[in-house]
Design a protein around this ligand. Structure first.
Ligand code: ZN
Ligand code: ZN
Length: 188
């Protein structure tokens, strides 16, 4: 019985020892974890005054950006070419599309700008890019170049359709004149 008690006491002692080791161990594990945190926090605290010297620079930079953006948003529209805003070529449907089922072909835009240069006066775009629904609505052919951003309908006030068509051909556009309606269809 004594032996048994002794072994029980021994086991208890071992258990106590183990627990304290684990307990201490958990302490010793936590401490190194905690220690690096402190210096890090100190470093951060140190770096703050250093970086607070830069705010003099950043407000200047950020103050310029919104001003530029405002100019783009409120002032000048996005230009397709020198005399034409991109909006003039937008699909004019009643919400069938976002307005841009595809982008306008830049070569077409350049040639229309050239055409405007021939007369030196405003050229009005009556139709630029078209979504399928809008194309069907206006009776456009199924293979219409308008749906690919490669065609536009336009007229030039004061310039006869025949004269405008001739000039459009000269700048390298394929032309379909609509004499009765007073405009030409150009495509590339
Ligand atoms: Zn549309
Ligand atoms: Zn057309």
């Amino acid at each position: 019985m004594k032996k048994e008690k002794a072994t029980v006491a021994g086991t208890l002692a071992v258990l106590c020892l183990l627990t304290s080791v684990v307990f201490l161990g958990s302490f010793s594990v936590r401490e190194p974890e905690h220690e690096p945190d402190l210096p890090r926090a100190d470093v951060e605290a140190w770096e703050v005054p250093e970086s607070s010297a830069t705010p003099e620079l950043t407000p200047e930079l950020t103050a310029e950006e919104p001003a530029d953006r405002e100019q783009e948003e409120t002032g000048q529209p996005v230009m397709a070419t020198a005399h034409f805003a991109m909006e003039e070529y937008r699909c004019d449907c009643d919400g069938y599309c976002s307005g841009w089922p595809c982008a306008m072909n830049p070569a077409l835009l350049d040639k229309i700008e050239d055409l405007r240069g021939v007369f030196g006066q405003p050229v009005i775009i009556t139709s630029g890019v078209r979504c399928e629904a809008r194309n069907a609505e206006v009776g456009g052919v199924a293979w219409s170049f308008h749906m690919r951003g490669c065609a536009a309908d336009l007229y030039c006030p004061g310039v006869a359709v025949g004269e405008l068509a001739g000039a459009a051909k000269d700048v390298g556009l394929n032309v379909l004149p609509y004499y009765a309606h007073g405009y030409i269809h150009v495509e590339i």
